[in-house]
Design a protein around this ligand. Structure first.
Ligand SMILES: Nc1ncnc2c1ncn2[C@@H]1O[C@H](COP(=O)(O)OP(=O)(O)OP(=O)(O)O)[C@@H](O)[C@H]1O
Length: 301
C-alpha cells in the first residue's frame, strides 16, 4: 500500500497556478524523487503534503491520513528537512538535537544519530562554526530525530561541494536501508539518477512522466555511439552488416559505429574474433539529461 498518495493536486496563489494537475504515489521504503526546474511546483506540492498549504483541488493522503486534518499526528511520523540557517548561531549541535528530540513521542537515540551523520565529534560545536556540509548533515539529523516513517528532503545537497554531495547521497541510502521512505525534491539530475528508485518529472505544475531513472532514459531513443581506434584494418562492410549496427563512419584513424540494443557487445565480439583491439574505446548513450529534454522540451538549469 502506498504511504503517500497524491491525486489531481491543484494549487493556485491568487491567479497564478503553481500546481496544475499532479498525481503520484510513493511506496514504503522507496526513495522517490520529484525532479523539475525552478518554479515547476515541487515545493508547493510537498508543502501541501506536509499540511503547510491547503490544496485548491485534488486529494492527498500521507500514511493513510489527511495532511490538513491530521497535521499533529503526521508531524510525529514525517520528518522534514529545514532549509538552511534556520537555527540560532550559538546553538550547539547536541543542543539542537536534544531540543528537536523533545518534540517527539519516540525520539531517536541522539548519540547514535550523531554517529550515523558523522557529527559525533562536532556535538559541542556552535551552529555558526559548522561547515556547509556539516550544517546540511545536521538538518538531515533533525529531520530524522523523531524516528520518522517518511523523511521529506527538499534541495538536499544545494550548495555542497561534489565530495560532500556524494557523502550525503551515501548517507541517504543508509537511512533508506533502515526502512525510512524518502521523498526527495531536487533539480540535480545526477542526484536523481544516483539516488531515486522512481522519479516524477514535474514541469509547469504537471507531471511529465513517472518512472525509474533507467525507465525514463529508455523512453528516449536508445541509440549509442561507439568510438574506437582499431589496431588493424577493419572490414567496414562486415561491421556495418552486424545486427543492431545502424551506421559506420571513419573519422581520421577512428571508427564511429552508431547502433542500438546489443550493438556494443556485437561490435566488441566482432573485433575480438578478428584480432582487432579497440583503442580509446568510448560509448556515448542517452542519459537522464536527454530524457528530461525529450520530456519537457528544455534543459534543467
Ligand atoms: N507564496 C507564493 N505566492 C505566489 N506565488 C508563489 C508562491 N510560492 C510559489 N509561487 C509560485 O508558484 C510557482 C511554483 O513554485 P514552487 O516553489 O512550488 O516551485 P519549485 O518547483 O519548488 O521551484 P524552486 O525549485 O524554485 O523552489 C512558481 O511560479 C512560484 O513563483
Amino acid at each position: 500500500m502506498p504511504v503517500i498518495e497524491v491525486e489531481r493536486l491543484h494549487k493556485r496563489y491568487g491567479g497564478k497556478i503553481a500546481v496544475d494537475d499532479v498525481s503520484f504515489s510513493v511506496e514504503r521504503g522507496e526513495i522517490f524523487g520529484i525532479l523539475g526546474p525552478n518554479g515547476a511546483g515541487k515545493t508547493t506540492t510537498v508543502e501541501c503534503l506536509e499540511g503547510l498549504r491547503v490544496a485548491d483541488g485534488g486529494t492527498l493522503s500521507v500514511l493513510g491520513l489527511d495532511p490538513r486534518e491530521d497535521r499533529h499526528e503526521l508531524r510525529q511520523r514525517v520528518g522534514i528537512q529545514l532549509q538552511e540557517s534556520q537555527l540560532p548561531d550559538r546553538l550547539r549541535v547536541r543542543e539542537a538535537i536534544d531540543l528537536y528530540a523533545s518534540f517527539y513521542r519516540e525520539p531517536a537515540d541522539p548519540e547514535k544519530l550523531l554517529a550515523t551523520l558523522g557529527l559525533a565529534d562536532k556535538r559541542d560545536t556552535a551552529y555558526k562554526n559548522l561547515s556547509g556540509g556539516q550544517k546540511q548533515r545536521l538538518s538531515i539529523a533533525l529531520a530524522l530525530v523523531g524516528s520518522p516513517e517518511i523523511a521529506v528532503l527538499d534541495e538536499l545537497t544545494t550548495g555542497l561541494d561534489p565530495q560532500a554531495r556524494r557523502d550525503t547521497w551515501e548517507l541517504i541510502e543508509a537511512v533508506r536501508d533502515q526502512g525510512v521512505t524518502i521523498l526527495l525534491v531536487t533539480h540535480f539530475m545526477e542526484e536523481a539518477e544516483r539516488l531515486c528508485d522512481r522519479i516524477a518529472v514535474i514541469d509547469s505544475g504537471r507531471v511529465a512522466a513517472i518512472d525509474t531513472p533507467a525507465g525514463l532514459v529508455g523512453r528516449v531513443d536508445d541509440e549509442q555511439r561507439i568510438r574506437f581506434r582499431p589496431s588493424a584494418p577493419v572490414d567496414l562492410a562486415r561491421l556495418k552488416a552486424l545486427p543492431d549496427v545502424l551506421k559506420v563512419e571513419r573519422r581520421g584513424g577512428q571508427l564511429v559505429v552508431t547502433g542500438r540494443g546489443n550493438a556494443l557487445h556485437t561490435v566488441t565480439s566482432f573485433l575480438a574474433r578478428n584480432q582487432v583491439i579497440a583503442g580509446e574505446l568510448r560509448v556515448d548513450q542517452a542519459n537522464l539529461d536527454d530524457a528530461f529534454v525529450a520530456l519537457t522540451g528544455r534543459k534543467l538549469d
